[in-house]
Design a protein around this ligand. Structure first.
Ligand code: PMP
Length: 447
């Protein structure tokens, strides 16, 4: 078999230029790749093109923010209409934001009042300050590996190579994600493990009256796809209610994507506050902080917790979110995403069984991951142990293999893919057979 070749000369040239004017040649860690990233120039529906003219089926989907497909006609039309009839931004109260808040209240179980900043990071920042304002407490309970954006409140124990001897899983020392962070904040952060109900109980026994909020990804997608074990979220809910702790579900990825009402709709566990982002506006920068009226009303101007932003309730972005919401409310999009996800899952699982390799496929709806191990993955350390070992090299080989066969899987620290409503059955079939061929070709290495 001849191995397809990718030409990447233009990406290489751009990377050289980029290094002179952008730190590391990229806009942040999430974009970097070795030896250089592919510079993308166009995306439409399920496809993305790089500057060298290579065309890929895109499983990155803008870090999951694109749910209907790139440049989806319904959203493009909604935005075009808003540009024609309204304009770009007023930074005043406007009717579109009222409509969107009404939609969110209808869709998301915990939602009664909403505000609309732009990024997920802003939404989690406001959620935490609100929880502190409401409870008068300072500590935040967060889970290892859960990512809630880059601000100092939450950038602790996000990604690291675990070393149990130095940092015990039962009561980890918070690890800052960056230099330059305020070390004083370390004292306010309590870290525990996902899917460890006893750990949450123990932390609450230890610090209960001092904890303002428990913030978590209800379905843990920043380590691939890790589902909550039965009873885990329910116990978090129960303990938070008992102790007056604000339960925040960070649904920046899961919101709108795993179900219209997010993970809280799927699991039946309702938090006090929720953050949404990404898929809400199909790629336009709009995020949401929503939740119980009595908490949300503590935001200014009715309350005493600051909220603001030039672009909050931004006209174009809100129009995009309204168009995306209208499309998703039909229900057929989520049925289609589930069917495509199922198609991919059954094909890849059959391939794993056939090739008898040590690998496992995890999926929730349209989000999937492939772990090259047969050890159970229940929390961050399980995933990080794998990624910190030589298996990492296998991930890079897999990505390269898929790229050469026209499938783009983003060079992230773990393998995670997003299917959009614009993907076709044929494209899923193509990605499936490329994956199965990889497993077969590398079976010795993967056994
Ligand atoms: N929360 C979660 C769960 C996320 O995955 C992310 C981004 N990947 C964020 C918050 C931060 O969102 P943003 O990058 O839009 O600031």
């Amino acid at each position: 078999m001849t191995t397809p070749r990718l030409s990447t000369e233009k990406s290489a040239e751009l990377f050289e230029r980029a290094n002179r004017v952008e730190p590391g040649g990229v806009q942040g860690q999430g974009r970097s790749a070795s030896p250089f990233p592919l510079f993308m120039s166009r995306a439409e529906a399920s496809h993305i093109w790089d500057v060298d003219g290579n065309e890929f089926i895109d499983f990155h989907a803008g870090f999951g923010s694109v749910i209907l497909g790139h440049n989806a006609p319904a959203v493009r039309d909604g935005v075009a209409k808003a540009l024609d009839e309204n304009g770009v931004t007023f930074a005043t109260a406007n009717p579109l934001e009222v409509q969107l808040a009404e939609q969110i209240a209808d869709i998301v179980p915990c939602a009664e009042r909403s505000v609309f900043p732009c990024t997920g990071t802003e939404a989690t920042y406001h959620a935490i300050r609100l929880a502190r304002g409401v409870t008068g407490r300072e500590r935040i309970l967060k889970l290892e590996g859960h990512y809630h954006g880059w601000h100092d409140y939450v950038s602790w124990s996000v990604r690291f190579e675990p070393d149990a001897t130095v940092n015990p899983a039962s009561n980890p020392i918070p690890i800052p994600a960056s230099t330059g962070m305020l070390r004083a904040i370390e004292d306010s952060v309590v870290i525990r493990q996902y899917n460890d109900a006893e750990g949450i109980r123990e932390a609450i026994d230890r610090y209960g009256g001092e904890i303002a909020a428990l913030i978590l990804e209800p379905i843990f997608l920043n380590a691939g796809v890790i589902l909550p074990e039965p009873g885990y979220l329910e116990l978090c809910r129960e303990l938070c209610t008992q102790e007056g702790i604000v339960l925040i579900f960070d649904e920046v990825i899961t919101g709108f994507r795993v179900a219209l009402g997010g993970a809280q709709e799927l699991t039946g566990v309702t938090p006090d506050l929720t953050t949404l982002g990404k898929a809400v506006a199909n790629g336009f920068p709009l995020s949401v902080l929503t939740g119980r009226a009595d908490l949300m009303d503590r935001l200014v101007p009715r309350g005493d917790v600051l909220f603001g932003g030039t672009f909050a309730g931004h006209v174009t972005n809100t129009a995009a979110a309204l168009a995306c919401t209208a499309e998703l409310r039909h229900g057929h999009v989520h049925r289609r995403l589930e069917a495509l996800g199922h198609q991919f899952e059954s094909g890849v699982r059959a391939g794993i069984a056939d090739a008898q390799v040590r690998a496992q496929f995890h999926r929730v709806g349209s989000v999937w991951t492939l772990y090259f191990t047969d050890r159970p993955i229940r929390n961050y350390r399980d995933a990080a142990l794998l990624i910190a070992t030589k298996d990492n090299e296998v991930q890079a080989m897999f990505r390269r293999w898929m790229l050469e066969r026209g499938v783009y899987i983003h060079p992230h620290y773990m393998l995670r893919g997003y299917i959009t409503a614009a993907h076709t059955e044929e494209e899923i079939e193509h990605a499936t057979s490329a994956t199965v061929d990889f497993l077969r070709e590398h079976r010795q290495r993967l056994q």
